[in-house]
Design a protein around this ligand. Structure first.
Ligand SMILES: [Zn+2]
Length: 230
């Protein structure tokens, strides 16, 4: 009886040791992976800027072609523009067009303009990092922001942007689809901190002029996102 009780105690003690050893190993393994996951900081999603300055932000996407009238209007008025241009088109139009704008930054809009919502984190990271690499090579400056094609994104998009060195994913608070300036929510005027989405398409020359007029009426000046999202 006594012997059996002792063996039972030993067995229990061994199980206890076994459990504590394995959980100890597990904890150590988790600790070792922590620095890696912590070093990649997730990007922050931004749709407007919280600022007391009377400024709004003109952002223009895609960029297969830029009309002469739009290019002239941007240059003549020295309009600060945040461009989310695909690397392929940035490269094709760098010399004649994009390099001539006086106050423009070039940010990341993916490499192939595919919708990211259903892509794995790995594929999203490849899309974004490759675009940043190419833009840096062409423009000589590394993108700080990412805008998802079609605004379609998920939590992994924030991780991918962070992993590719971009601290912000930027959407918008004012849409101009169909040539109509359309602030998100129940308002018709522009407000300080608005991020306005346009595209490099022929009809958006008129939209850009309309946006500049509305900004003037609201007492706002255009500014660069990089000056407000360091
Ligand atoms: Zn786009």
């Amino acid at each position: 009886m006594a012997w059996r009780r002792i063996t039972t105690h030993v067995a229990v003690a061994l199980i206890a040791i076994g459990v504590s050893t394995s959980s100890g190993d597990f904890a150590r393994a988790a600790d070792q992976t922590q620095p890696e996951t912590q070093s990649v900081r997730k990007a922050r999603l931004v749709t407007r800027i919280d600022t007391k300055d009377r400024v709004a932000f003109i952002t223009i996407d895609d960029g297969r072609s830029v009309t002469e009238s739009m290019a002239d209007f941007i240059r003549e008025n020295r309009i600060p523009v945040t461009s989310f241009v695909l690397p392929e088109w940035l490269k094709k139009l760098w010399e004649p067009t994009y390099s001539t704008f006086p106050n423009m930054t070039f940010e990341n809009h993916s490499n192939t303009h595919r919708r990211l919502g259903r892509m794995s984190l790995e594929k999203q990271t490849r899309e974004l990092c490759e675009a940043s690499r190419l833009i840096t090579k062409i423009a000589g400056d590394t993108p700080r922001f990412f805008r998802p094609p079609g605004g379609v994104m998920n939590n992994d998009t924030l991780k991918a942007a962070g992993a590719c060195g971009m601290p912000y994913v930027v959407k918008w608070s004012v849409d101009t689809a169909g040539g109509v300036v359309n602030p998100v929510g129940a308002r018709t005027t522009l407000q300080r901190g608005d991020i306005i989405l346009l595209h490099y398409i022929p009809q958006d020359t008129a939209v850009l002029k309309q946006v500049m007029k509305m900004m003037k009426e609201a007492g706002l000046k255009p500014a660069l996102l990089r000056d407000y999202l360091p």
